[in-house]
Design a protein around this ligand. Structure first.
Ligand code: PLP
Length: 427
């Protein structure tokens, strides 16, 4: 459930009418619901109730400072994958001991940053990384807390670009090598092994791959403990999927996911960490856009919007589906019309939907992309020199701009002329 509902024929975000925000900030814009973010976070909290745990929101899904602080204020930890995300988490007020650091390519500089500011653990993904982290920690007179990410060779049955748990993927160490790598880690004076990490992919709509991965993790935990390692923490990654299409069967709920965790790992006495991103933020956001033109082609009509692939890349990148709805609720029984829904960018890939049945729309109408709160604004670019779209956060009947649209002057100032080209400006 989200908090984007029609009221008196107009789509609202909580108690705020979408056209009111559009009038204030212009389109396109992203809008997020505090109540939905809160609800989704709490579903995970409830799913793990009774087990020692920390829900570490995967910031890469949506890393606006206001979103991070909203979740941090509820008690969330953060899963970061870069020095930039680490800095954002700290800037939003998240204490270091609630931040876990994931990613296959952490640099020595990023490690130093996190060790200086405080870190709950590094999720180490390779032996070379382990050696660098050991050296960095020793140079600072510290021991770095680590879990090692194992690749359980489980098929997550999701889009190939976001499956991470098969042996051919770049992530983690092969589970078969885990004992050797833990032995190596235990011998490094700058490393403190605290647990094991696994993350098999994103947008999983079936619990079976989680169950398979977590069963392997339970066996590995027992084995490594028998080898003498202090495995007190199990980081289970993120990946639970969301319903992008209302008409489809709904993916499993956090409570069902929690039951899998309890069943496979609950008797190990380990602290459980999970790293959900998409399920917390995805259905907590809309991308709102205006129709610029309705263009009649030879055999189809195009809805040309003022948002494009640079603002929301998921359809172009993953062939992803987003429900697109009119902000003014169509009258019941309105005959639907098929449109190809596209943006203004000069690529055929800039297509959001083909032959999508919609109530008829005209230039100036507002539409909203649902499920745009995760992997939306964070993946946006300024391709075609289109400014990044603003982000707005709603709480009850209030809204606030949480990232302003850059001005064209700001965009121009980001580039600079080399000295040998400057003469022309003066000419
Ligand atoms: C992307 C990612 C997540 C979050 O995945 P979601 O599908 O958004 O829940 C969690 N952990 C790691 C290591 C990731 O790379």
């Amino acid at each position: 459930m989200d908090h984007f509902l029609y009221r008196d024929g107009v789509l609202h975000a909580e108690d705020v009418a979408i056209p009111e925000i559009a009038a204030a900030v212009g389109t396109p814009f992203y809008v997020y619901s505090t109540a939905t973010l809160t609800r989704h976070y709490r579903l995970f909290e409830e799913a793990l109730a009774g087990m020692p745990h920390l829900v570490c929101y995967a910031m890469k899904a949506n890393s606006n400072l206001a979103v991070i602080r909203t979740l941090a204020d509820l008690g969330a930890g953060m899963d970061v994958v870069s020095g930039g995300e680490y800095r954002k988490a700290r800037a939003a007020g998240v204490p270091g001991d609630r931040i876990v650091f994931s990613g296959v390519g952490k640099t020595a500089e990023e490690m130093r940053l996190a060790l200086t500011g405080g870190i709950r653990q590094f999720n180490v993904e390779s032996e070379p990384e382990l050696l660098v982290l050991n050296a960095v920690a020793l140079s600072m007179g510290l021991r770095a807390p680590v879990t090692i990410r194992v690749n359980p060779d489980v098929d997550a049955r999701t889009h190939e670009k976001i499956a991470t748990g098969k042996k051919e993927n770049k992530f983690g160490i092969p589970i078969g090598r885990a004992r050797a790598v833990y032995a190596e880690a235990a011998a490094l004076p700058g490393i403190e092994v605290v647990g094991i990490d696994v993350h098999i992919g994103s947008q999983l709509t079936d619990l079976a791959p989680f169950e398979a991965a977590y069963a392997k993790l339970a066996d590995l935990t027992r084995q490594l403990r028998a080898d003498g390692h202090a495995i007190r923490r199990l980081d289970l990654g993120g990946g639970l999927g969301i319903p992008y299409e209302r008409s489809n069967a709904d993916p499993p709920l956090p409570a069902d996911y929690g039951a899998v965790i309890r069943r496979t790992l609950g008797d190990l006495g380990a602290e459980i960490e999970i790293e959900p991103g998409r399920l917390i933020a995805g259905n907590a956001g809309l991308l709102v856009s205006s129709v610029i033109y309705v263009k009649s082609g030879e055999d189809r009509d195009f809805l040309i919007l003022d948002s494009a692939m640079n603002d929301l890349i998921r359809p172009a990148m993953y062939g992803a589906h987003h429900d697109i709805v009119a902000v003014a609720e169509p009258a019941p029984g309105t005959a639907l019309h098929p449109y190809d829904i596209v943006g203004p960018v000069c690529e055929t890939g800039d297509t959001f939907a083909r032959q999508r049945a919609m109530a008829p729309l005209v230039a100036g109408d507002l539409v909203a992309f649902r499920s745009a709160g995760a992997y939306g604004a964070v993946m946006a670019s300024e391709y075609n020199s289109r400014p990044l779209v603003p982000e707005v956060l709603v709480r009850d009947d209030h809204f606030a701009v949480i990232r302003a649209r850059p001005s064209f002057d700001e965009m121009l100032k980001r580039d600079s002329m080399p000295e040998w080209l400057q003469a022309r400006d003066d000419a």
